[in-house]
Design a protein around this ligand. Structure first.
Ligand SMILES: [Zn+2]
Length: 619
Protein backbone atom coordinates (compact mmCIF):
# COMPACT_ATOMS: atom_id res chain seq x y z
CA UNK A 1 0.00 0.00 0.00
CA UNK A 2 2.56 2.60 1.06
CA UNK A 3 5.42 3.57 -1.17
CA UNK A 4 8.42 1.28 -0.61
CA UNK A 5 11.00 2.54 -3.09
CA UNK A 6 13.29 4.61 -0.88
CA UNK A 7 16.97 3.82 -1.04
CA UNK A 8 18.95 3.78 2.19
CA UNK A 9 20.82 7.01 2.77
CA UNK A 10 23.84 5.92 4.80
CA UNK A 11 26.34 3.08 4.57
CA UNK A 12 26.14 0.09 2.27
CA UNK A 13 23.54 -1.71 4.30
CA UNK A 14 21.72 1.45 5.27
CA UNK A 15 22.27 0.74 8.94
CA UNK A 16 22.96 3.97 10.75
CA UNK A 17 25.94 3.55 13.07
CA UNK A 18 24.87 4.20 16.66
CA UNK A 19 27.34 5.14 19.37
CA UNK A 20 25.76 4.27 22.69
CA UNK A 21 28.91 4.90 24.76
CA UNK A 22 28.19 5.09 28.46
CA UNK A 23 24.68 6.39 27.83
CA UNK A 24 21.98 4.70 29.88
CA UNK A 25 19.69 3.50 27.13
CA UNK A 26 16.73 2.91 29.40
CA UNK A 27 16.84 6.49 30.69
CA UNK A 28 16.58 8.22 27.35
CA UNK A 29 13.35 9.51 25.94
CA UNK A 30 12.27 9.65 22.32
CA UNK A 31 11.83 13.28 21.31
CA UNK A 32 10.26 14.23 17.98
CA UNK A 33 11.27 17.73 16.93
CA UNK A 34 8.75 18.64 14.24
CA UNK A 35 9.86 21.84 12.51
CA UNK A 36 7.52 23.98 10.38
CA UNK A 37 7.94 23.38 6.65
CA UNK A 38 9.32 26.41 4.79
CA UNK A 39 7.37 27.27 1.64
CA UNK A 40 9.41 26.71 -1.50
CA UNK A 41 8.46 29.89 -3.37
CA UNK A 42 11.70 31.72 -2.65
CA UNK A 43 14.76 31.86 -0.41
CA UNK A 44 14.15 32.17 3.34
CA UNK A 45 15.05 35.33 5.25
CA UNK A 46 16.22 35.68 8.83
CA UNK A 47 12.66 36.32 10.06
CA UNK A 48 11.70 32.84 8.89
CA UNK A 49 14.61 31.05 10.52
CA UNK A 50 14.20 32.95 13.77
CA UNK A 51 10.64 31.60 13.98
CA UNK A 52 11.11 27.89 13.26
CA UNK A 53 14.75 27.11 12.44
CA UNK A 54 17.15 28.19 15.14
CA UNK A 55 14.84 27.56 18.16
CA UNK A 56 14.12 23.98 17.02
CA UNK A 57 17.81 23.28 16.50
CA UNK A 58 18.86 24.69 19.89
CA UNK A 59 16.18 22.49 21.48
CA UNK A 60 17.23 19.37 19.55
CA UNK A 61 20.93 19.77 20.25
CA UNK A 62 20.20 20.18 23.95
CA UNK A 63 17.95 17.10 24.01
CA UNK A 64 20.60 14.98 22.31
CA UNK A 65 23.23 16.20 24.81
CA UNK A 66 20.84 15.33 27.65
CA UNK A 67 20.85 11.72 26.39
CA UNK A 68 17.53 11.66 24.57
CA UNK A 69 16.86 10.10 21.17
CA UNK A 70 15.89 12.99 18.93
CA UNK A 71 14.22 12.74 15.55
CA UNK A 72 14.20 16.20 13.96
CA UNK A 73 12.26 16.32 10.70
CA UNK A 74 10.97 18.83 8.19
CA UNK A 75 11.22 19.69 4.51
CA UNK A 76 10.07 22.15 1.91
CA UNK A 77 6.32 22.68 1.43
CA UNK A 78 5.97 22.69 -2.35
CA UNK A 79 2.33 22.57 -3.36
CA UNK A 80 -0.40 25.19 -3.54
CA UNK A 81 -1.54 28.09 -5.64
CA UNK A 82 1.23 30.59 -4.76
CA UNK A 83 3.87 28.27 -6.24
CA UNK A 84 1.75 27.63 -9.33
CA UNK A 85 1.15 31.38 -9.78
CA UNK A 86 4.82 32.25 -9.41
CA UNK A 87 5.85 29.45 -11.77
CA UNK A 88 3.40 30.77 -14.38
CA UNK A 89 4.86 34.26 -13.99
CA UNK A 90 8.37 32.97 -14.55
CA UNK A 91 7.41 30.67 -17.44
CA UNK A 92 8.55 27.52 -15.64
CA UNK A 93 6.61 24.56 -14.27
CA UNK A 94 5.58 24.41 -10.63
CA UNK A 95 7.91 21.43 -10.25
CA UNK A 96 10.85 23.37 -11.67
CA UNK A 97 10.21 26.25 -9.29
CA UNK A 98 9.91 23.87 -6.34
CA UNK A 99 13.12 22.07 -7.37
CA UNK A 100 14.99 25.37 -7.42
CA UNK A 101 13.92 26.61 -4.00
CA UNK A 102 14.00 23.20 -2.34
CA UNK A 103 17.72 23.17 -3.07
CA UNK A 104 18.33 26.79 -2.09
CA UNK A 105 16.49 26.35 1.20
CA UNK A 106 18.19 23.04 2.02
CA UNK A 107 21.61 24.61 1.41
CA UNK A 108 20.83 27.66 3.54
CA UNK A 109 19.50 25.67 6.49
CA UNK A 110 22.58 23.43 6.33
CA UNK A 111 24.87 26.46 6.35
CA UNK A 112 23.06 27.67 9.44
CA UNK A 113 23.95 24.36 11.13
CA UNK A 114 20.39 23.12 11.65
CA UNK A 115 20.72 19.47 12.67
CA UNK A 116 17.81 17.83 10.86
CA UNK A 117 17.80 14.06 10.93
CA UNK A 118 15.86 14.43 7.71
CA UNK A 119 14.90 17.57 5.82
CA UNK A 120 13.03 16.39 2.74
CA UNK A 121 10.19 17.75 0.58
CA UNK A 122 6.47 17.27 -0.08
CA UNK A 123 6.86 16.22 -3.72
CA UNK A 124 8.20 12.73 -2.94
CA UNK A 125 6.27 9.55 -3.77
CA UNK A 126 6.56 8.64 -0.12
CA UNK A 127 4.86 11.86 0.98
CA UNK A 128 2.09 11.43 -1.60
CA UNK A 129 1.45 7.90 -0.31
CA UNK A 130 1.37 8.91 3.35
CA UNK A 131 -0.82 11.96 2.69
CA UNK A 132 -3.28 9.82 0.74
CA UNK A 133 -3.25 7.20 3.51
CA UNK A 134 -4.23 9.81 6.11
CA UNK A 135 -6.99 11.10 3.83
CA UNK A 136 -8.34 7.56 3.34
CA UNK A 137 -8.26 6.82 7.08
CA UNK A 138 -10.21 10.01 7.83
CA UNK A 139 -12.64 9.21 5.03
CA UNK A 140 -13.20 5.64 6.18
CA UNK A 141 -13.93 6.84 9.73
CA UNK A 142 -16.49 9.33 8.42
CA UNK A 143 -14.64 12.61 9.08
CA UNK A 144 -14.44 13.73 5.44
CA UNK A 145 -17.53 14.50 3.39
CA UNK A 146 -18.13 16.01 -0.06
CA UNK A 147 -19.86 19.35 -0.47
CA UNK A 148 -20.84 21.46 -3.44
CA UNK A 149 -19.94 25.11 -2.97
CA UNK A 150 -19.77 28.24 -5.06
CA UNK A 151 -16.12 28.85 -5.76
CA UNK A 152 -14.21 31.44 -7.74
CA UNK A 153 -12.22 30.10 -10.66
CA UNK A 154 -10.07 31.76 -13.23
CA UNK A 155 -11.97 31.59 -16.56
CA UNK A 156 -8.70 31.34 -18.48
CA UNK A 157 -7.12 28.48 -16.50
CA UNK A 158 -10.05 26.78 -14.74
CA UNK A 159 -8.09 26.82 -11.49
CA UNK A 160 -9.46 27.81 -8.11
CA UNK A 161 -8.84 31.47 -7.44
CA UNK A 162 -8.11 31.63 -3.71
CA UNK A 163 -9.89 34.36 -1.77
CA UNK A 164 -6.80 36.43 -1.25
CA UNK A 165 -6.09 36.50 -4.98
CA UNK A 166 -9.40 38.28 -5.61
CA UNK A 167 -9.69 42.03 -5.21
CA UNK A 168 -12.60 44.43 -5.54
CA UNK A 169 -14.70 47.11 -3.88
CA UNK A 170 -15.79 46.45 -0.30
CA UNK A 171 -19.59 46.08 -0.11
CA UNK A 172 -19.52 47.53 3.42
CA UNK A 173 -17.25 50.59 3.29
CA UNK A 174 -16.69 51.09 -0.44
CA UNK A 175 -12.89 50.71 -0.21
CA UNK A 176 -11.59 49.79 -3.66
CA UNK A 177 -8.70 47.51 -2.61
CA UNK A 178 -10.60 44.95 -0.52
CA UNK A 179 -9.46 41.33 -0.80
CA UNK A 180 -11.72 38.33 -1.18
CA UNK A 181 -11.23 37.26 2.41
CA UNK A 182 -11.05 40.60 4.18
CA UNK A 183 -11.23 44.37 3.79
CA UNK A 184 -8.08 45.97 5.17
CA UNK A 185 -9.86 49.33 5.37
CA UNK A 186 -12.84 48.45 7.57
CA UNK A 187 -11.50 45.14 8.88
CA UNK A 188 -14.59 43.09 8.03
CA UNK A 189 -14.35 39.46 6.94
CA UNK A 190 -15.68 39.13 3.41
CA UNK A 191 -16.86 36.47 1.00
CA UNK A 192 -15.38 37.02 -2.47
CA UNK A 193 -18.79 36.65 -4.13
CA UNK A 194 -19.93 39.82 -2.30
CA UNK A 195 -17.15 42.04 -3.69
CA UNK A 196 -18.27 44.72 -6.15
CA UNK A 197 -16.32 44.53 -9.44
CA UNK A 198 -14.24 41.53 -8.40
CA UNK A 199 -11.01 40.95 -10.33
CA UNK A 200 -8.13 38.52 -10.21
CA UNK A 201 -4.95 39.88 -8.68
CA UNK A 202 -3.04 37.41 -10.84
CA UNK A 203 -4.12 38.64 -14.26
CA UNK A 204 -6.92 41.18 -13.77
CA UNK A 205 -9.68 39.04 -15.27
CA UNK A 206 -13.14 38.84 -13.71
CA UNK A 207 -13.44 35.59 -11.76
CA UNK A 208 -16.24 33.18 -12.55
CA UNK A 209 -18.26 31.86 -9.62
CA UNK A 210 -19.16 28.26 -10.35
CA UNK A 211 -20.48 25.27 -8.48
CA UNK A 212 -17.62 23.01 -7.55
CA UNK A 213 -17.46 19.88 -5.43
CA UNK A 214 -14.89 19.61 -2.67
CA UNK A 215 -14.11 17.46 0.32
CA UNK A 216 -14.51 18.94 3.78
CA UNK A 217 -12.82 17.96 7.03
CA UNK A 218 -15.53 17.77 9.68
CA UNK A 219 -13.78 19.82 12.37
CA UNK A 220 -16.90 20.18 14.58
CA UNK A 221 -16.77 16.39 15.12
CA UNK A 222 -13.52 16.95 17.04
CA UNK A 223 -14.71 19.77 19.32
CA UNK A 224 -14.96 17.58 22.43
CA UNK A 225 -11.79 15.60 21.79
CA UNK A 226 -9.80 18.75 20.99
CA UNK A 227 -11.16 20.43 24.11
CA UNK A 228 -10.02 17.54 26.30
CA UNK A 229 -6.65 17.49 24.55
CA UNK A 230 -6.05 21.24 24.92
CA UNK A 231 -7.23 21.39 28.53
CA UNK A 232 -4.62 18.74 29.37
CA UNK A 233 -1.92 21.18 28.21
CA UNK A 234 -2.68 23.85 30.83
CA UNK A 235 0.55 24.86 32.52
CA UNK A 236 2.68 23.19 29.83
CA UNK A 237 2.19 25.26 26.68
CA UNK A 238 3.08 28.91 26.36
CA UNK A 239 -0.06 30.68 27.63
CA UNK A 240 -0.61 32.69 24.43
CA UNK A 241 -0.62 29.53 22.30
CA UNK A 242 -3.06 27.72 24.58
CA UNK A 243 -5.41 30.67 24.89
CA UNK A 244 -5.47 31.22 21.13
CA UNK A 245 -6.16 27.50 20.54
CA UNK A 246 -8.92 27.25 23.12
CA UNK A 247 -10.61 30.31 21.59
CA UNK A 248 -10.71 28.58 18.21
CA UNK A 249 -12.82 25.77 19.65
CA UNK A 250 -15.79 28.07 20.03
CA UNK A 251 -16.29 28.37 16.29
CA UNK A 252 -15.18 25.17 14.58
CA UNK A 253 -16.46 24.91 11.01
CA UNK A 254 -15.93 22.18 8.40
CA UNK A 255 -12.92 23.14 6.28
CA UNK A 256 -12.38 22.41 2.60
CA UNK A 257 -9.34 20.18 2.15
CA UNK A 258 -9.31 20.03 -1.67
CA UNK A 259 -8.83 22.62 -4.40
CA UNK A 260 -9.39 23.06 -8.13
CA UNK A 261 -5.76 22.83 -9.12
CA UNK A 262 -3.54 20.39 -11.00
CA UNK A 263 -0.47 20.90 -8.76
CA UNK A 264 -0.63 18.80 -5.60
CA UNK A 265 -1.45 15.39 -4.17
CA UNK A 266 -4.25 13.59 -6.06
CA UNK A 267 -7.43 12.66 -4.16
CA UNK A 268 -7.18 8.90 -3.53
CA UNK A 269 -10.81 7.93 -4.21
CA UNK A 270 -12.42 6.19 -7.18
CA UNK A 271 -13.64 8.76 -9.66
CA UNK A 272 -11.26 11.38 -8.23
CA UNK A 273 -7.75 9.99 -8.35
CA UNK A 274 -7.45 10.30 -12.13
CA UNK A 275 -8.88 13.82 -12.27
CA UNK A 276 -6.25 16.40 -13.13
CA UNK A 277 -8.30 19.34 -11.83
CA UNK A 278 -8.70 18.33 -8.16
CA UNK A 279 -5.94 18.10 -5.58
CA UNK A 280 -5.57 18.00 -1.81
CA UNK A 281 -5.32 21.51 -0.36
CA UNK A 282 -1.72 22.41 0.41
CA UNK A 283 -2.12 22.85 4.17
CA UNK A 284 -3.74 19.42 4.46
CA UNK A 285 -0.79 17.66 2.86
CA UNK A 286 1.91 19.85 4.41
CA UNK A 287 1.14 19.01 8.06
CA UNK A 288 1.23 15.31 7.16
CA UNK A 289 4.86 15.95 6.25
CA UNK A 290 5.94 15.48 9.88
CA UNK A 291 4.76 11.89 9.66
CA UNK A 292 5.87 11.18 6.09
CA UNK A 293 9.35 12.59 6.79
CA UNK A 294 9.62 10.36 9.88
CA UNK A 295 8.67 7.35 7.75
CA UNK A 296 11.13 8.35 5.01
CA UNK A 297 13.89 8.76 7.60
CA UNK A 298 13.18 5.30 9.02
CA UNK A 299 13.24 3.60 5.60
CA UNK A 300 16.46 5.32 4.65
CA UNK A 301 18.03 4.34 7.99
CA UNK A 302 17.44 0.68 7.17
CA UNK A 303 14.77 0.05 9.82
CA UNK A 304 11.42 0.89 8.20
CA UNK A 305 9.51 0.67 11.49
CA UNK A 306 11.91 2.88 13.47
CA UNK A 307 9.57 5.91 13.12
CA UNK A 308 7.02 4.18 15.40
CA UNK A 309 9.28 4.84 18.42
CA UNK A 310 8.42 8.55 18.07
CA UNK A 311 4.79 8.21 17.00
CA UNK A 312 3.40 5.23 18.87
CA UNK A 313 5.46 5.00 22.03
CA UNK A 314 3.52 6.41 25.01
CA UNK A 315 6.74 7.76 26.55
CA UNK A 316 7.75 9.70 23.42
CA UNK A 317 7.12 13.42 23.18
CA UNK A 318 6.53 15.53 20.07
CA UNK A 319 7.55 19.21 20.05
CA UNK A 320 6.34 21.34 17.13
CA UNK A 321 8.14 24.60 16.29
CA UNK A 322 6.63 27.37 14.16
CA UNK A 323 5.82 31.05 13.79
CA UNK A 324 2.57 32.23 15.37
CA UNK A 325 0.72 32.46 12.04
CA UNK A 326 0.83 28.65 11.92
CA UNK A 327 -0.54 27.85 15.37
CA UNK A 328 -4.00 26.91 14.08
CA UNK A 329 -2.57 24.17 11.88
CA UNK A 330 -0.63 22.59 14.72
CA UNK A 331 -2.89 23.01 17.73
CA UNK A 332 -6.21 22.36 16.00
CA UNK A 333 -6.16 21.02 12.44
CA UNK A 334 -3.28 18.53 12.65
CA UNK A 335 -4.50 17.18 16.03
CA UNK A 336 -8.00 16.83 14.54
CA UNK A 337 -6.61 14.91 11.56
CA UNK A 338 -4.71 12.58 13.90
CA UNK A 339 -7.74 12.09 16.15
CA UNK A 340 -9.86 11.25 13.11
CA UNK A 341 -7.28 8.81 11.72
CA UNK A 342 -7.12 7.18 15.15
CA UNK A 343 -10.93 6.95 15.34
CA UNK A 344 -11.10 9.27 18.35
CA UNK A 345 -13.58 11.93 17.20
CA UNK A 346 -17.34 12.09 17.80
CA UNK A 347 -17.99 9.49 15.09
CA UNK A 348 -15.59 6.95 16.57
CA UNK A 349 -13.83 4.66 14.11
CA UNK A 350 -10.70 2.55 14.10
CA UNK A 351 -7.06 3.45 13.43
CA UNK A 352 -5.91 3.07 9.84
CA UNK A 353 -3.11 0.72 8.69
CA UNK A 354 -0.35 2.96 10.11
CA UNK A 355 -1.80 2.43 13.59
CA UNK A 356 -2.72 4.94 16.26
CA UNK A 357 -0.63 8.12 15.98
CA UNK A 358 0.51 10.52 18.70
CA UNK A 359 -0.77 14.09 18.92
CA UNK A 360 1.66 16.99 19.51
CA UNK A 361 2.89 17.09 23.10
CA UNK A 362 3.84 20.72 22.80
CA UNK A 363 3.33 23.51 20.28
CA UNK A 364 6.18 26.01 20.55
CA UNK A 365 5.34 29.13 18.64
CA UNK A 366 7.46 32.21 18.06
CA UNK A 367 6.23 35.73 17.51
CA UNK A 368 7.19 37.86 14.52
CA UNK A 369 10.51 39.48 13.69
CA UNK A 370 10.52 42.86 11.97
CA UNK A 371 13.48 44.50 10.26
CA UNK A 372 14.55 48.00 11.30
CA UNK A 373 10.97 48.78 12.34
CA UNK A 374 9.30 47.43 9.21
CA UNK A 375 7.72 44.18 8.13
CA UNK A 376 9.96 41.95 6.03
CA UNK A 377 9.12 42.48 2.38
CA UNK A 378 10.99 40.84 -0.48
CA UNK A 379 9.34 43.10 -3.04
CA UNK A 380 10.34 46.28 -1.19
CA UNK A 381 13.83 45.04 -0.32
CA UNK A 382 13.13 45.14 3.42
CA UNK A 383 14.80 41.80 3.80
CA UNK A 384 18.03 39.97 4.46
CA UNK A 385 18.12 36.43 3.14
CA UNK A 386 19.88 33.71 5.11
CA UNK A 387 22.35 33.16 2.27
CA UNK A 388 23.35 36.83 2.05
CA UNK A 389 23.65 37.04 5.82
CA UNK A 390 25.94 34.02 5.99
CA UNK A 391 28.14 35.33 3.19
CA UNK A 392 29.05 38.29 5.40
CA UNK A 393 28.68 37.00 8.98
CA UNK A 394 29.06 33.71 10.78
CA UNK A 395 26.25 31.24 11.46
CA UNK A 396 27.06 31.39 15.18
CA UNK A 397 26.68 35.19 15.20
CA UNK A 398 23.18 34.90 13.72
CA UNK A 399 22.20 31.95 15.91
CA UNK A 400 23.34 33.79 19.03
CA UNK A 401 21.42 36.93 18.08
CA UNK A 402 18.22 34.97 17.44
CA UNK A 403 18.55 33.13 20.76
CA UNK A 404 19.22 36.21 22.86
CA UNK A 405 17.20 38.84 21.01
CA UNK A 406 14.77 36.91 18.80
CA UNK A 407 10.95 36.97 18.82
CA UNK A 408 10.53 34.28 21.48
CA UNK A 409 7.78 35.91 23.54
CA UNK A 410 6.86 39.07 21.69
CA UNK A 411 7.19 40.71 18.31
CA UNK A 412 10.78 41.87 18.07
CA UNK A 413 12.70 44.21 15.82
CA UNK A 414 15.99 43.18 14.22
CA UNK A 415 18.38 46.10 13.95
CA UNK A 416 21.87 46.04 12.50
CA UNK A 417 23.21 48.18 15.33
CA UNK A 418 21.98 45.70 17.94
CA UNK A 419 23.43 42.84 15.90
CA UNK A 420 26.85 44.54 15.76
CA UNK A 421 26.70 45.52 19.46
CA UNK A 422 25.82 42.04 20.64
CA UNK A 423 28.39 40.41 18.37
CA UNK A 424 31.17 42.75 19.50
CA UNK A 425 30.18 43.12 23.15
CA UNK A 426 28.99 39.63 24.01
CA UNK A 427 30.48 37.09 21.59
CA UNK A 428 33.82 38.85 20.95
CA UNK A 429 34.59 40.89 24.07
CA UNK A 430 32.99 38.75 26.77
CA UNK A 431 33.03 35.13 25.61
CA UNK A 432 35.68 35.09 22.87
CA UNK A 433 38.07 37.09 25.02
CA UNK A 434 37.64 34.78 28.02
CA UNK A 435 38.48 31.78 25.83
CA UNK A 436 41.33 33.54 24.08
CA UNK A 437 43.17 34.93 27.07
CA UNK A 438 42.73 31.82 29.21
CA UNK A 439 44.09 29.47 26.57
CA UNK A 440 46.82 31.79 25.31
CA UNK A 441 48.14 32.55 28.81
CA UNK A 442 48.18 28.86 29.73
CA UNK A 443 49.78 27.92 26.41
CA UNK A 444 52.47 30.59 26.76
CA UNK A 445 53.36 29.91 30.38
CA UNK A 446 52.77 26.17 30.68
CA UNK A 447 52.34 24.78 27.15
CA UNK A 448 49.54 22.64 28.56
CA UNK A 449 46.55 22.72 30.89
CA UNK A 450 48.18 23.55 34.24
CA UNK A 451 47.42 21.73 37.46
CA UNK A 452 45.27 23.21 40.20
CA UNK A 453 47.64 22.81 43.17
CA UNK A 454 45.60 24.77 45.68
CA UNK A 455 42.06 26.15 45.40
CA UNK A 456 40.95 29.29 47.22
CA UNK A 457 37.37 30.08 48.22
CA UNK A 458 37.08 32.35 45.17
CA UNK A 459 38.22 29.50 42.92
CA UNK A 460 35.74 27.06 44.45
CA UNK A 461 32.87 29.55 44.28
CA UNK A 462 33.35 30.12 40.57
CA UNK A 463 33.70 26.38 39.83
CA UNK A 464 30.53 25.71 41.78
CA UNK A 465 28.70 28.51 39.96
CA UNK A 466 29.60 26.98 36.63
CA UNK A 467 28.65 23.43 37.67
CA UNK A 468 25.22 24.45 38.92
CA UNK A 469 24.56 26.34 35.67
CA UNK A 470 24.01 22.99 33.93
CA UNK A 471 20.82 22.46 35.90
CA UNK A 472 19.63 26.04 35.51
CA UNK A 473 20.38 26.41 31.78
CA UNK A 474 19.12 22.88 31.04
CA UNK A 475 15.86 23.60 32.85
CA UNK A 476 15.28 26.67 30.68
CA UNK A 477 16.11 24.78 27.49
CA UNK A 478 13.79 21.94 28.43
CA UNK A 479 10.98 24.51 28.52
CA UNK A 480 12.09 26.22 25.29
CA UNK A 481 13.02 29.41 27.13
CA UNK A 482 16.03 30.11 25.00
CA UNK A 483 16.59 33.72 25.97
CA UNK A 484 16.74 32.85 29.68
CA UNK A 485 19.00 29.90 28.95
CA UNK A 486 21.61 31.80 26.96
CA UNK A 487 21.50 34.73 29.38
CA UNK A 488 22.15 32.37 32.30
CA UNK A 489 25.15 30.87 30.48
CA UNK A 490 26.52 34.35 29.80
CA UNK A 491 26.22 35.22 33.48
CA UNK A 492 28.88 32.58 34.09
CA UNK A 493 31.04 34.21 31.39
CA UNK A 494 30.74 37.60 33.07
CA UNK A 495 31.62 36.14 36.47
CA UNK A 496 34.64 34.38 35.01
CA UNK A 497 35.86 37.63 33.44
CA UNK A 498 35.41 39.39 36.78
CA UNK A 499 37.33 36.57 38.48
CA UNK A 500 40.27 36.94 36.08
CA UNK A 501 40.25 40.72 36.52
CA UNK A 502 40.46 40.26 40.30
CA UNK A 503 42.99 37.42 40.32
CA UNK A 504 45.23 39.05 37.69
CA UNK A 505 47.14 35.88 36.78
CA UNK A 506 49.18 37.89 34.21
CA UNK A 507 50.81 39.84 37.07
CA UNK A 508 52.00 36.77 38.95
CA UNK A 509 55.74 36.38 38.29
CA UNK A 510 57.12 34.14 41.01
CA UNK A 511 54.34 31.73 41.97
CA UNK A 512 53.70 29.34 39.07
CA UNK A 513 51.57 27.16 41.37
CA UNK A 514 49.09 29.96 42.00
CA UNK A 515 49.15 31.21 38.43
CA UNK A 516 48.55 27.69 37.15
CA UNK A 517 45.69 27.17 39.58
CA UNK A 518 43.93 30.34 38.41
CA UNK A 519 44.36 29.36 34.77
CA UNK A 520 43.17 25.85 35.51
CA UNK A 521 39.99 27.28 37.03
CA UNK A 522 39.55 29.64 34.06
CA UNK A 523 40.01 26.79 31.57
CA UNK A 524 37.53 24.63 33.45
CA UNK A 525 34.98 27.44 33.17
CA UNK A 526 35.77 27.78 29.46
CA UNK A 527 35.15 24.06 29.05
CA UNK A 528 31.88 24.17 31.01
CA UNK A 529 30.54 27.22 29.19
CA UNK A 530 31.58 25.73 25.85
CA UNK A 531 29.22 22.86 26.73
CA UNK A 532 26.44 25.18 27.94
CA UNK A 533 26.64 27.19 24.70
CA UNK A 534 26.87 24.22 22.33
CA UNK A 535 23.15 24.20 21.46
CA UNK A 536 23.33 27.90 20.55
CA UNK A 537 26.72 28.25 18.84
CA UNK A 538 27.88 24.73 17.91
CA UNK A 539 30.62 25.75 15.47
CA UNK A 540 32.61 27.77 18.00
CA UNK A 541 31.99 25.18 20.73
CA UNK A 542 33.43 22.52 18.43
CA UNK A 543 36.55 24.68 18.00
CA UNK A 544 36.98 25.09 21.76
CA UNK A 545 36.59 21.34 22.21
CA UNK A 546 39.55 20.87 19.85
CA UNK A 547 41.60 23.68 21.44
CA UNK A 548 41.32 21.94 24.80
CA UNK A 549 42.57 18.67 23.37
CA UNK A 550 39.26 17.02 22.45
CA UNK A 551 39.40 14.40 19.72
CA UNK A 552 36.68 13.29 17.34
CA UNK A 553 33.34 15.04 16.93
CA UNK A 554 31.87 17.13 19.74
CA UNK A 555 28.50 18.24 18.30
CA UNK A 556 27.76 16.96 14.79
CA UNK A 557 26.93 19.30 11.93
CA UNK A 558 24.40 18.70 9.15
CA UNK A 559 25.24 17.91 5.55
CA UNK A 560 23.43 17.63 2.25
CA UNK A 561 23.10 14.23 0.60
CA UNK A 562 21.63 13.48 -2.81
CA UNK A 563 19.02 10.74 -2.61
CA UNK A 564 16.35 9.29 -4.86
CA UNK A 565 13.33 7.04 -4.89
CA UNK A 566 13.65 3.87 -6.99
CA UNK A 567 16.35 5.46 -9.10
CA UNK A 568 14.08 8.40 -9.97
CA UNK A 569 15.29 12.00 -10.05
CA UNK A 570 17.67 12.79 -7.22
CA UNK A 571 16.99 15.51 -4.68
CA UNK A 572 18.94 16.99 -1.79
CA UNK A 573 18.10 16.13 1.81
CA UNK A 574 19.66 17.45 5.00
CA UNK A 575 20.84 14.79 7.41
CA UNK A 576 23.81 14.07 9.63
CA UNK A 577 25.44 12.05 12.37
CA UNK A 578 24.80 13.95 15.56
CA UNK A 579 25.83 11.39 18.18
CA UNK A 580 29.04 13.20 19.04
CA UNK A 581 30.85 13.39 22.36
CA UNK A 582 28.77 16.35 23.58
CA UNK A 583 26.97 15.55 26.83
CA UNK A 584 25.05 17.94 29.05
CA UNK A 585 27.43 17.68 31.98
CA UNK A 586 30.47 19.20 33.61
CA UNK A 587 33.61 17.31 32.53
CA UNK A 588 36.78 17.82 34.58
CA UNK A 589 39.59 19.05 32.33
CA UNK A 590 42.86 17.12 32.50
CA UNK A 591 46.09 18.80 33.55
CA UNK A 592 48.92 18.15 31.10
CA UNK A 593 46.86 18.25 27.91
CA UNK A 594 49.01 20.25 25.45
CA UNK A 595 47.71 23.68 24.43
CA UNK A 596 48.53 25.67 21.32
CA UNK A 597 47.99 29.43 20.95
CA UNK A 598 44.30 29.88 20.08
CA UNK A 599 42.82 31.37 16.94
CA UNK A 600 39.99 33.92 17.34
CA UNK A 601 36.52 32.39 17.61
CA UNK A 602 34.45 35.37 16.48
CA UNK A 603 35.11 38.28 14.13
CA UNK A 604 34.76 41.79 15.51
CA UNK A 605 32.55 43.88 13.22
CA UNK A 606 33.36 47.42 12.21
CA UNK A 607 30.65 49.96 12.97
CA UNK A 608 30.61 50.79 9.24
CA UNK A 609 28.68 47.51 8.88
CA UNK A 610 25.55 49.23 10.19
CA UNK A 611 25.63 51.95 7.53
CA UNK A 612 26.48 49.49 4.78
CA UNK A 613 23.61 47.20 5.68
CA UNK A 614 21.12 50.05 6.12
CA UNK A 615 22.04 51.39 2.70
CA UNK A 616 21.13 48.00 1.22
CA UNK A 617 17.59 48.40 2.54
CA UNK A 618 15.42 50.63 0.41
CA UNK A 619 14.95 53.89 2.30
ZN1 LIG B 1 -14.47 47.64 3.91
Amino acid sequence: MLYEGLRPMVGETGVRPRREGSRLVGMSQHILTAVAWPYANGPRHIGHVSGFGVPSDVFSRYQRMAGNKVLMVSGTDEHGTPIQVQADNEGVTARQLADRYNRVIAEDLTALGLSYDLFTRTTTKNHYAVAQEIFLGLHKNGYIFPKTTMGAVSPSTGRTLPDRYIEGTCPICGYDGARGDQCDNCGNQLDPIDLINPRSRINGETPAFVETEHFMLDLPAFADALGTYLQSKQGEWRPNVLKFSLNLLGDLQPRAITRDLDWGVPIPLDGWSDRSDKRLYVWFDAVIGYLSASIEWARRSGDPDAWRQWWQNPDARGYYFMGKDNIVFHSEIWPAMLLGYNGQGARGGTPGPLGKLALPSEVVSSEFLTMEGRKFSSSRQVVIYVRDFLERYSADALRYYIAVAGPENQDTDFTWSEFVNRNNGELVAAWGNLVNRSISMAARNFGAIPEAVHLTDADRALLERSRTAFTAVGGELQRSRFKNAVTEAFDVVREANKYLAEQEPWKIKDDPGRQGSILHVALQIVDDVKTLLTPFVPTSSNKIFEMLGGEGVWSGMPEIREVDEDGGPSYPVITGEYDGAAKWEHRPIKAGVPLAPPTPLFAKLDNKVVDEELSRLES
